[in-house]
Design a protein around this ligand. Structure first.
Ligand SMILES: NC(=O)c1ccc[n+]([C@@H]2O[C@H](COP(=O)([O-])OP(=O)(O)OC[C@H]3O[C@@H](n4cnc5c(N)ncnc54)[C@H](O)[C@@H]3O)[C@@H](O)[C@H]2O)c1
Length: 378
């Protein structure tokens, strides 16, 4: 029997825990993929790494990510650290021949993401990006409805991703507010998910026009107790055109007061419309033209076992999946990609493409003009 893959994880925060849960549960939900052994957990805080290795079922713990990357016993690595660390960690993982699952954004900008993608390609390792919302069975359904012409010719995309984790002016300064550690602000944190989803649903974008704004220009740095300048945007607004014709808008905000995970889209076509809201991730709304006026309106489709992957978690319709379930599906996709040596959607190529569009939005804001994004597709 083939030996199970050995899994190492760096970063034990929000996403580190999600990756750990996913790799620990994937064999229960999807027994057809060989579940990895949870081997090596790394965090810069050694005590935290040890405590969580014990709690999450990892065999070993440490505080040195380079030791993890160079460990010959490790086959697969997850990178769940702040954005500015992704590059050196992913390059080291590729150089050591490890299959790598990296959280978004792949790099701080397009050129960095391209370097990471090229290194992984050269090393011949399989890669996966943390675009978990794509793994929702209802996003797959939306794609099918669009492809089958259910809402006719699409002419408009309205997307938004609004959260309020920085809407309080008293919220402390963090790495997310620094260009050198977060890169762009709301765009890298939230916009990356929306950009990737928009292209998945409607194909490649052709051009973008962006406007950025920083609402709270200074925040108190908990380290010094002093105000510190916020170096990136709180809000991004984007006009866009898709190659195949539709136009659209995207609004992205980390100061969207009241919104907790407002990743939403509305797509209008000649025969109907589709609406999705991640805060109600187990439903999608479909409008069809041509119905009698008295009963015309959006109807709600609830997620259920008739939608791919749902039944693996739960036999009952309408009971619902959660964010960690999406991460388990993402883990399954990645492990399948490794087992079959075929690319997964989404991999580092998607990560690079998304960062190129983020760069284009920033450039458009700076130069106050439309920026073409047809170059650099891969
Ligand atoms: N896919 C998603 O939906 C999603 C959601 C949140 C965050 N993210 C991404 O995940 C990444 C991590 O975000 P988070 O919210 O989990 O952050 P977090 O602050 O909760 O966790 C970061 C972890 O990295 C550790 N760390 C920092 N420097 C390190 C180093 N040099 N070596 C080892 N460990 C180190 C920290 O101790 C901490 O445990 C970010 O890139 C973020 O954009 C993705």
């Amino acid at each position: 029997m083939k030996k199970p893959l050995r899994f190492g994880l760096v970063g034990t925060g929000f996403m580190g825990k999600a990756h750990a849960i996913a790799m620990r549960s994937v064999g229960t939900i999807f027994p057809e993929v060989a579940a990895p052994e949870l081997d090596y957990l790394v965090d810069s805080n050694a005590a935290r790494a040890q405590e969580l290795a014990d709690a999450w079922g990892f065999r070993r713990a440490g505080d040195d990510w380079q030791a993890l990357c160079n460990d010959p016993d490790i086959d697969v690595i997850s990178i769940c650290t702040p954005n500015h660390l992704h590059k050196e960690m992913a390059l080291a993982a590729a150089a050591a021949g490890k299959h790598t699952w990296c959280e978004k954004p792949l790099g701080l900008g397009g050129p960095e993401a391209e370097d990471i993608w090229r290194a992984a390609e050269k090393a011949g390792v399989r890669t996966s990006m943390g675009f978990n919302y794509m793994c929702n069975p209802l996003i797959g359904l939306a794609k099918e409805l669009l492809a089958s012409g259910e809402i006719g010719d699409v002419f408009n995309f309205r997307g938004s991703y609004l959260e309020d984790y920085l809407s309080d002016p008293e919220a402390p300064f963090s790495w997310r507010c620094l260009r050198s550690q977060g890169g762009s602000g709301a765009l890298n944190d939230l916009g990356t998910h929306l950009i990737n989803m928009a292209e998945y649903l409607l194909g490649p974008m052709q051009s973008v026009y962006g406007a950025l704004a920083t609402v709270h220009t200074h925040r108190i740095d908990p380290a010094s107790g002093q105000p510190r300048e916020v170096e990136n945007e709180d809000i991004a607004q984007v006009l866009l055109r898709f190659e195949r014709g539709p136009v659209g808008t995207m609004e992205i905000s980390r100061v969207g007061t009241g919104k907790k995970c407002g990743l939403e889209f509305e797509i209008h076509g000649s025969k109907g419309s589709l609406m999705f809201d991640q805060e109600r991730m187990n439903e999608i709304r479909l409008f069809r033209t041509g119905e009698p006026a008295v009963e015309s309106g959006y109807r709600t489709i609830l997620a259920g076992p008739q939608h791919p992957d749902y039944a693996r978690f739960c036999p009952a319709p309408g009971h619902g999946l959660g964010i960690n379930d999406l991460k388990i599906i993402e883990a399954r996709n990645f492990l399948h990609s490794i087992a079959t040596d075929t690319p997964v959607y989404c991999d580092f190529a998607n990560g690079w493409r998304v960062q190129a569009i983020v760069d284009a939005v920033e450039r458009s804001h700076r130069d106050q003009q439309w920026v073409d994004v047809t170059q650099g597709k891969h």
